[in-house]
Design a protein around this ligand. Structure first.
Ligand code: ADP
Ligand code: ZN
Ligand code: ZN
Length: 844
């Protein structure tokens, strides 16, 4: 058959040309999807979940994700043609798209906001996107044939480091060039990034090896040893090198070399000898680019620990319960070995071919846990962290799509990842407030999103905590979820003993050394004597929450927010913890000129300072937001403490989250009172969780732990609950109150925050909004408006309205639509141009 014949179609058989349209999700907060017309020749290429390029507005070209392909032209406008198809395969999976739609609807935000949060920015192309040469690309060794267009781009990039998409278009004099870019990407010749600030920086390791002329054969090498004999220090270096590399077995292994710092950091070798060898050309130095996610050495055998009898029983119970229920809560005390149970379950899921997502709160995702998991899952484990660069995120994203990563451990944003066959989701420390995203939209709670994800993908969800949220425990009580208990610590360890120190009494007895009771000082000394470690917890960072004038009571306030400025001694600054505003600390009072400015209260910085004076021999490290700004500092602090290079760790909530240290036997809570008196219906729950979690860091491996809580109100009932580990008592009390006063889990809450640069109009708009809400939902479910405790932040005045919707009976979807309507009705008002309304569903 000739080719002509094969493609010959009789004229009357030509099918009608079907015109396709694509609804796309632009990464912008738009109320609805936009419809573009698919050029006929691209009809077969446009896939749901793949990205396409479109013109948006008059100038901007954007990439967006196709949500639907259909044949109905839009009624309200003439659809523009889409410009190009970027992906041959979807980058967003079907279950993911469903989840995104659900999130937009549930959290009352736009799909554009969801997709914007979900996609790493390297997957969001625009006319401003940049390309650069891949750092490992080398024109001399390149084996890919290049087209003339590709060559042009490569040469331009060698001249100019980077080009925007617009510039590429100009260079090639083409409007449609994304195929070319994609081809270069596939060949690893270029990389794309969104902003210069995020430019890909390859990770480079410096290595050394013998110059190749010395490794041609064994005689030459021996000759070299003889030559160096008169220089014993250089000979030492050479001997060490030969000892650490396998070149004596195989001379060609010399090419691999040895990491330079293995030699330079060796105290027995002379630095100048190493340098002489390099200078003489006996050794040579070279760079190696390494992956950010080094492949673990081999997959290795299953290296999880054997479960104890109690752990194995808990695991079996989880599996049994999964037969009937899709969600199980593992209530296991601190140190009971929940992580090992998770690992066991993950392993089972992976062996059955499923994908697993292991969610952790932001700061609990440390090298500690990643190392534990890597040992078992090797290169099948992906890690997703908010401190990762965009390139790292894309690597994880694509690794899940391609099947490289079967297990992902990550923070809340990993619910956005493109899983397609999830069989298990673990939500560790499920009570953690940091699963909730506050800003910007979508204001989601990853724990809740996880349930929907599990539902869409037919996966099971396991939540774990020593201090479950009241809501979660309630679902177990009603039988909606399964519950598994584990009430003993792993191994020889037992729960620490908790004791109270009455700071008011101690103060009267002159037993306080500033913020330290004598008891605490004594116990710290005692612990350090035994070569054990101490964690000290204080809920505030900085030196002092504020300063005030002894004579006229002047207190410095933030000029943008309704809060006092915190004093940071190290930088001698006053700082706003809400907007970041700083000013130098004045030496005397700007109001009355008095020099009697004193600090009030105390933060972690002051604790560290004072302890240094009391115990100069202690090796103290502080862990809070101020000491962990750099990418690896958090890691470093934990490692130093783990290796016992430091022995006292002073910190904020950061020191309470899931950390596992072997030698900590004393935990001190310096001031419990500021934690209990928080104006929120979750205050007691949160305080209990915090006390139990921080206490749980003590005595995890055998040696008996102790916790000292300093308080001015030792009669607070919550302390007895903490001392007796009485979670059930807390639960019963809390759930009764929530039912009585109508709080979650008995109602669903929505918080609407009205913002305006001036106080009066803010209040006025909030009153109007409350009216709109009452009209639609009735009076009983609408509370406020009311100015929050901090009524101005970043020069915006705030007013809050809380909506309570019944869980049972009411139509949640309908009520939420009414909330949106009320907000839209308010914003239609032309006099209220500067008003902004933030909607937060399930606030926390
Ligand atoms: P949790 O998360 O419940 O607080 P972890 O999982 O961190 O507890 O376990 C506490 C400690 O006990 C850890 O140091 C862990 O390595 C150890 N551990 C737990 N289970 C086992 C096991 N089966 N074999 C060996 N060590 C274990
Ligand atoms: Zn004054
Ligand atoms: Zn401020």
């Amino acid at each position: 058959m000739t080719p002509e014949l094969e493609f010959h179609i009789p004229a009357d058989d030509v099918p009608d040309r079907v015109t396709l349209f694509a609804d796309v999700i632009l990464p912008l907060p738009l109320p609805k999807l936009y419809t573009y017309r698919v050029p006929y020749q691209m009809s077969d290429e446009v896939l749901v979940g793949a990205r396409v390029l479109v013109q948006f507005g008059s100038k901007k070209v954007l990439s967006c994700v196709v949500a639907r392909v259909h044949e109905e032209p839009p009624k309200e406008y003439q659809a523009k043609y889409l410009l190009e198809v970027i992906d041959e395969k979807p980058v967003v999976t079907g279950p993911q798209l469903r989840l995104f739609l659900w999130m937009a609807e549930y959290y009352l935000c736009t799909l554009g906001e969801v997709i914007n949060a979900a996609l790493p920015s390297a997957l969001k192309l625009s006319s401003e996107s940049q390309i650069q040469l891949h750092p490992q690309f080398n024109i001399e060794t390149n084996e890919w044939p290049l087209t003339s267009h590709e060559e042009k781009i490569v040469f331009a990039l060698r001249q100019k480091q980077h080009l925007t998409f617009t510039e590429v278009g100009q260079l090639l004099q083409l409007t449609s060039f994304h195929k070319i870019i994609k081809s270069l990407l596939l060949k690893d010749i270029i990389i794309i990034y969104e902003e210069i600030a995020e430019k890909y920086a390859p990770k480079v390791v410096k290595k050394v090896r013998l110059a190749s002329s010395f490794t041609t054969d064994e005689e030459t090498l021996e000759e070299l040893f003889n030559q160096l004999a008169p220089k014993p220090k250089q000979l030492d270096v050479l001997l060490k090198y030969v000892q650490l590399t396998p070149i004596l077995q195989n001379l060609r292994m010399n090419e691999e070399g040895l990491e330079k710092n293995v030699l330079t950091s060796n105290p027995h070798l002379s630095l100048s000898a190493i340098n002489s060898l390099l200078k003489k050309g006996v050794m040579e130095q070279f760079d190696v680019v390494v992956s950010r996610f080094p492949m673990a050495e081999g997959r290795g055998p299953y290296l999880a620990s054997d479960l104890s009898t109690a752990q194995a029983a808990a695991r079996d119970q989880v599996l049994e319960t999964f037969e009937e229920k899709s969600t199980v809560l593992l209530h296991g005390i601190t140190g009971s070995g929940k992580t090992e149970i998770y690992i066991d379950l993950i392993n089972k899921a992976v062996e059955a071919g499923g994908q697993v997502l292991y969610l952790l709160p932001e700061i609990a995702l440390t090298a500690q846990i990643v190392t534990r998991l890597k040992r078992v899952f090797g290169d099948r484990l992906g890690v997703y962290h908010s401190k990762f660069s965009d390139n790292e995120r894309v690597e994880v994203w694509n690794g899940i799509l391609s099947g490289r990563f079967q297990v992902v451990v990550g923070v809340r944003s990993s619910v956005f990842l493109p899983f397609h066959s999830l069989s298990l989701i673990i939500v560790d420390e499920e009570h953690e407030p940091s699963y909730k995203q506050h800003e910007p939209a979508p204001r989601y709670n990853a724990r809740e999103v996880a349930f929907m994800m599990a539902q869409f993908q037919g996966a099971k969800t396991l939540l774990g905590s020593a201090t479950p949220s009241i809501e979660s425990y309630y679902h177990c009580k009603t039988g909606k979820w399964g519950l598994v208990n584990l009430h003993e610590r792993y191994g020889e360890a037992t729960l620490p003993e908790v004791e109270l120190v009455d700071t008011r009494q101690e103060s009267l007895r002159k037993n306080m050394l500033s913020h330290f009771s004598q008891r605490l000082v004594h116990d710290i000394e005692d612990t350090l004597h035994r070569q054990e470690q101490v964690i000290l917890f204080q809920n505030r960072r900085g030196y002092a929450p504020f300063i005030d004038c002894n004579d006229c009571a002047w207190i410095p306030k933030c000029r943008n927010c309704a809060v006092s400025l915190s004093y940071h001694k190290f930088s001698n600054e006053l700082r706003c913890h809400y907007c970041g505003y700083t000013e130098r600390k004045p030496n005397d009072c700007p109001a009355c000129g008095s020099t009697m400015l004193k600090t009030v209260g105390f933060g972690t910085e002051k604790i560290e300072d004072e302890l240094k004076l009391i115990m100069p021999e202690a090796r103290i490290q502080r862990m809070d937001l101020d000491t962990t700004k750099k990418k690896n500092s958090h890691q470093q602090i934990i490692e130093d403490f783990e290796q016992q290079r430091t022995n006292v760790l002073v910190g904020t909530q950061m020191v309470t989250k899931g950390l596992d240290f072997e030698h900590v036997s004393l935990v001190g809570i310096l001031s419990a009172d500021s934690i209990i008196h928080f104006p929120d219906f979750r205050a007691h729950e949160r305080a209990y969780q915090l006390f139990v979690q921080v206490s749980g860091r003590a005595g995890r491996k055998g040696n008996k732990g102790k916790v000292l809580i300093q308080t001015a109100n030792p009669n607070q009932p919550i302390f007895q609950r903490v001392i007796q580990n009485d979670y059930m008592g807390l639960y019963e009390q809390e759930i009764a109150e929530r039912q009585k006063f109508r709080y979650p889990p008995f109602v669903r809450m929505i918080r609407l925050t009205v913002k305006h640069p001036e106080a009066r109009p803010c209040e006025g708009a909030a009153i109007l909004l409350a009216k709109e809400l009452v009209d639609r939902l009735g009076r009983t479910g609408v509370l406020g408006p009311e100015a929050p405790h901090i009524f101005k932040i970043r020069n915006q005045f705030l007013q809050e309205i809380h909506v309570k919707l019944d869980r049972e009976g009411g139509n949640l979807r309908e009520s939420k639509a009414q909330v949106l309507e009320a907000v839209q009705a308010l914003l239609k008002n032309k006099d209220l141009k500067q008003v902004r309304v933030v909607i937060d569903v399930d606030p926390s």
